[in-house]
Design a binder for this molecule. Structure first.
Ligand code: PEP
Ligand code: MG
Length: 595
């Protein structure tokens, strides 16, 4: 790194990517060479075939050995929970298709091992690239990691380990494999930034679990930032600042200190109950899309899962998962979350969660079309297999079942009939399940809110899906940026609907919670408490912040604030008053920035 290279980067150069792991780090960059390998495909003669096959098999063996060594080197308990990622990579190395296809190409098409492997990997990648779901698409990175390792070993190239630093550095790389990330020396690597990756990549999940700030998806960072560049990484909002000025440096030093102070304080909340000053106990649970998010939910002190979005099991595959496969997935989550409950929501496909393999109809207005429970009630066989799988999992822990997008009483009655049918079948087959399995519904349509008193007589609990409730009540597509300004959680109509839903639940004596994004936003916690919500389910990292607010307020405070907000007529007025009140009570979270 020369002085002139450093001078190429203008002072206070801001880059924006995706915040993959929160926190602020200030230090110098270290450019890690993880560039894509150049693969040279060349034709071979008959006499070379055997040698190329053996070279390939040697590379497979060496790759396995290296991964076993990474596994053996992990002693950190939190990290050990993620070892399954390395196991996945080991499984890929044992994949018969990968091995056989490559050997077949070497033999049949007379191509060297490197070229043959690349052809096989390209086929795998093609399948993953056609996947729309972000989480599953990210799983392509597992193939890339394994493929790169194999290619490196084939070419006899060594790769710098992330354990060899003598000073603290911010790693800048095109990409990092989970194996790289697992080897990170937390003392020396204070942050990392990469060109590729999304928030749900394994590498991002690992960074979060290690508490190392990370920004991913910066596209070209590894080609524009020289090593040794002073940098600030803000993993909370995905910002990277290169060559910071003295003022920027001071500003971020303060932000870093207050972030760390708050984090430390929040950690102390992990084991504490979310109990208000007047003794109301609120359950804070996690929203889950994939079973590998369970450790994260646990680490944040989630008292169970308030929403398991089961549709993610159905995405990006040609055929829906069988009853057995679903049962195994549900059972695993239920057992891991014990003794806490797991709320499994039945398939919610359609609308913005279009699954081409099963949503066969092309709808003009999908958000109002054959979505969620409407789809399940039409596809009874699929529905029945899911109900059976959920019931079977209920024999292994506390399970609650929840139906999405209910819009009327007849619909919930049909659901319950199907559930009873599934129970009868299982009983006849002597398959155990929890006969008392609580049945709940999501309240996310205006009609469900308006007749919540009637629906409350039919079920054991409500969970409000504010993401959809707001969309449908205010007639604002939740994914349309042109009308995003109208998507107002504090619209008086929404406050009215929420209050009404709570009142209906209370009157009927059933549980009432919320699992839409509003539940995880601490700004709303006090007013939602005032309405009478007893459970909030959210993305797990939001739990400590919400808990911190709830433990310092009383329900009476909430009721008073609610009464005041109800007098206001626009969302802007409500927001202003709420921000003022929460800023006064919690200046360190909602007050003006400390700088
Ligand atoms: C909601 O609508 O608020 C909700 C939690 O469900 P989803 O976001 O999966 O539609
Ligand atoms: Mg919804």
């Amino acid at each position: 790194m020369t002085a002139s290279e450093k001078a190429d980067i203008t002072q206070d150069t801001f880059l924006v990517g995706l915040g993959a792991s929160p926190g602020i780090s200030i230090g110098e960059t270290y450019l890690l060479n993880r560039a894509r390998l150049t693969v040279v495909e060349r034709p071979i003669v008959e006499a070379e075939v055997e040698k190329e096959v053996l070279t390939f098999l040697d590379a497979v063996r060496l790759s396995k050995k290296q991964l076993e060594e990474v596994k053996a080197g992990v002693t950190d308990r939190q990290l050990a929970e993620h070892l399954y990622i390395i196991d996945t990579h080991l499984l890929i190395l044992e994949d018969q298709m990968l091995i056989d296809d490559t050997i077949e190409i070497i033999k049949g098409e007379r191509v060297n091992a490197e070229g043959a492997l690349k052809r096989t990997l390209d086929r795998f990648r093609k399948v993953f690239d056609s996947i729309e779901d972000e989480y599953l698409r990210e799983r392509r990175s597992d193939i890339d990691s394994v493929g790169n390792r194999l290619l490196r070993n084939l070419k006899g190239e060594t790769q710098q380990a992330l354990t060899e630093f003598d000073r603290k550095v911010i790693i800048v790389a095109h990409d990092l494999s989970p194996a790289d990330t697992m080897q990170i020396d937390k003392e020396k690597i204070i942050a990392f930034v990469t060109d590729v990756g999304g928030r749900t990549s394994h590498t991002a999940i690992l960074a979060r679990s290690m508490g190392i700030p990370a920004v991913v998806g910066l596209e070209t960072v590894s080609s524009i930032v020289p090593g040794g560049t002073p940098a600030i990484i803000d993993g909370t909002n995905g910002t990277v600042i290169l060559n910071p000025s003295a003022d920027t440096f001071r500003e971020y030093l303060k932000k870093k200190q207050s972030f760390e102070y708050l984090e430390k304080e929040l950690l102390s909340y992990r084991e504490l109950p979310a109990e208000t000053t007047d003794g109301y106990r609120i359950a804070l649970r996690g929203n889950l899309e994939m079973s590998d998010e369970v450790p994260l939910a646990q680490s944040q002190g989630a008292e169970g899962i308030g929403l398991f979005r089961s549709e993610f099991l159905f995405m990006n595959r040609l055929l829906p998962p069988s009853e057995e496969e679903q049962f195994q997935s549900y059972r695993q989550i239920v057992e891991r979350m014990a003794p806490h409950p797991v709320t499994i929501r039945t398939l919610d496909v359609g609308g913005d969660k279009f699954v081409p393999e099963i949503n066969l109809t092309d709808e003009a207005n999908p958000a109002m079309g054959l979505r969620a429970i409407r789809f399940s009630l039409k596809e009874r066989r699929l529905f029945k297999s899911q109900l059976r799988a959920i019931l079977r999992a209920s024999a292994f822990g506390r399970v609650r079942i929840m139906f999405p997008m209910i819009s009327g009483v007849a619909e919930i009655r049909s659901c319950k009939e199907c559930l009873e049918g599934a129970k009868a079948e299982l009983s006849a087959q002597d398959i155990p399940f929890d006969p008392q399995l609580p049945v709940g519904i999501m309240i996310e349509t205006p009609s469900a809110a308006l007749i919540s008193d009637l629906l409350a007589r039919e079920v054991d609990f409500f969970s409000v899906g504010t993401n959809d409730l707001i969309q449908y009540c205010l007639a604002v597509d939740r994914g349309n940026e042109h009308v995003a300004y109208l998507y107002e959680p504090l619209h008086p109509a929404i406050l009215k609907a929420l209050e009404m839903i709570c009142a209906s639940a209370k009157k009927a004596g059933i549980g009432v919670g919320m699992c839409g994004e509003m539940a995880g936003e601490p700004l709303y916690s006090l007013v939602l408490l005032g309405m009478g919500f007893e459970e909030f389910s959210m993305n797990a990292p939001g739990i400590p912040r919400v808990k911190r607010v709830l433990r310092r307020v009383s329900r009476e405070d909430g009721e008073r604030l609610l009464e005041e907000l109800k007098q206001l007529t626009t969302a802007q007025e409500v927001a202003r008053r709420l921000e003022e009140e929460m800023g006064r009570r919690f200046p360190e979270i909602f007050g003006a920035p400390a700088i």
